[in-house]
Structures are given as C-alpha cells and as structure tokens.
Design a protein around this ligand. Structure first.
Ligand code: URA
Length: 210
C-alpha cells in the first residue's frame, strides 16, 4: 500500500513533529519547528542528487572535489502552506530555483482551479521537489503535479509533513512515478477532510489566521 512512500522517521523529525501537533504550540514556534523539519527532510530528499568531479586546490594540495551536477534543482511550493516547508529547504539548498502554484477547489464541480502558476524554465532538466505540508485528499497535489508534467517536469518528488492514507492512494494512482516523502502517515481523514490526528489547518497554524 505504501510503496513509493518514504517516512522520514529520524528522532529529531519525530520530536519536532510532536511539538507541532500540540494545539497549544504558538504560530512562531510552529514556524520555527516546520523550518527545522523541512531542513532535515531536504537532506533526505537530496540524498541521491548526481555529483560530478571537480578539480580544486586546497591551501595544502590539489584534489578532486565533488559538486552537484546538472541544472539547479527546483522547489515548487503549493500555496499557501507549502511556503512553510520551502523556507527550511532553501536554507539547506540556497541555490535551488523556486516556483509557486496556487490552486483552489471549486465547491460545485470539486475541480482544482489554478489561480497562480509561476515556475522556472527548463523543468525537464531539473530535479523537481513539490512541497505541501498536508497530503489530505490528494486532489490538490495530484492537480499540481499534472500541471507540472504538462510544463515539462519529468523527475518529480513530493514532500509533505503529514500524509493521510486516502491522499497517498490518490497520488499513487494518478502519479505512480512520483515518490512521496513524509514525516508521518496518519490514521485517516475526518468528515471535513482534515487529517486525523493531524495538526489542524497548516496554513492557519503557520500564519496565525483562523
Ligand atoms: N489541510 C490542512 O491544513 N490540514 C488538514 O488536516 C488537511 C488539509
């Protein structure tokens, strides 16, 4: 069932996630924890980036160093909560190029409607990491990735903080080629499509809105 899904179960990630779940955690603390977790997640997500040899000189001798090969890799934030995951990843990989996708759900047709799409060029040559803290129904993530594929992206990974089994199923059905990285697979969705036990509305908790 969870083929193609990597749970990042590092103790630091699990500890910080538990603090994020607590309802009494303030927005500033929530943001700090999210930034720290996203940095740790970026470490896992970039583990297999290709390297190329590069001759360099240290103060002591010549040697061959190893640097990341190819076009700069690309982070795509699904607005607005995706921006919370983006910041820590950019701390770790400051040279990454960044895109944003805004989607909302039409209440009548239930279709995902795009209201913003701005992504870097040459997507077909880049490692693309799509970030959204909550994989709930999966509708938004599926629509965002479909759109990115139309724009040329081929090597795509999806990173979220929490994933519901329902969202994983939807993503695996629509985009079996896209590996999912998450800090936790939670129990289920409730009647309002919130992840249980979850952490509430990620956007509201990041930005202090209600
Ligand atoms: N989006 C959220 O922010 N939280 C959920 O639990 C589900 C979707």
């Amino acid at each position: 069932m969870n083929q193609g899904v990597t749970v990042i179960d590092h103790p630091l990630v699990q500890h910080k996630l538990t603090w994020m779940r607590r309802k009494e955690t303030s927005s500033p603390n929530f943001r700090t924890l999210l930034r720290e977790i996203s940095l740790l997640m970026a470490y896992e997500l970039t583990r297999d980036l290709p390297l190329t040899d590069q001759p360099i000189e240290t103060p002591v001798s010549e040697t061959i160093g190893h640097v990341i090969d190819g076009k700069k890799f690309c982070l795509i934030s699904i607005l607005r909560a995706g921006n919370g995951l983006l910041e820590g990843m950019l701390d770790l990989v400051p040279n990454a190029v960044v895109g944003h996708i805004g989607l909302y759900r039409d209440h009548e047709t239930l279709e995902a409607i795009e209201y913003y799409f701005k992504v870097p060029g040459h997507l077909e040559e880049r490692r693309v990491i799509v970030v959204d803290p909550m994989l709930a129904t999966g509708h938004t993530s599926v629509a965002a990735i479909t759109r990115l594929k139309k724009a040329g992206a081929q090597d795509i990974r999806f990173a979220c903080l929490l994933a519901a089994p329902e969202g994983i199923k939807e993503m695996r059905a629509a985009h079996p080629d896209v590996p999912i990285f998450t800090a936790s697979i939670d129990e289920c969705l409730n009647e309002n499509s919130y992840i249980v036990p979850g952490l509430g509305d990620a956007g509201d908790r990041i930005y202090g809105t209600k």
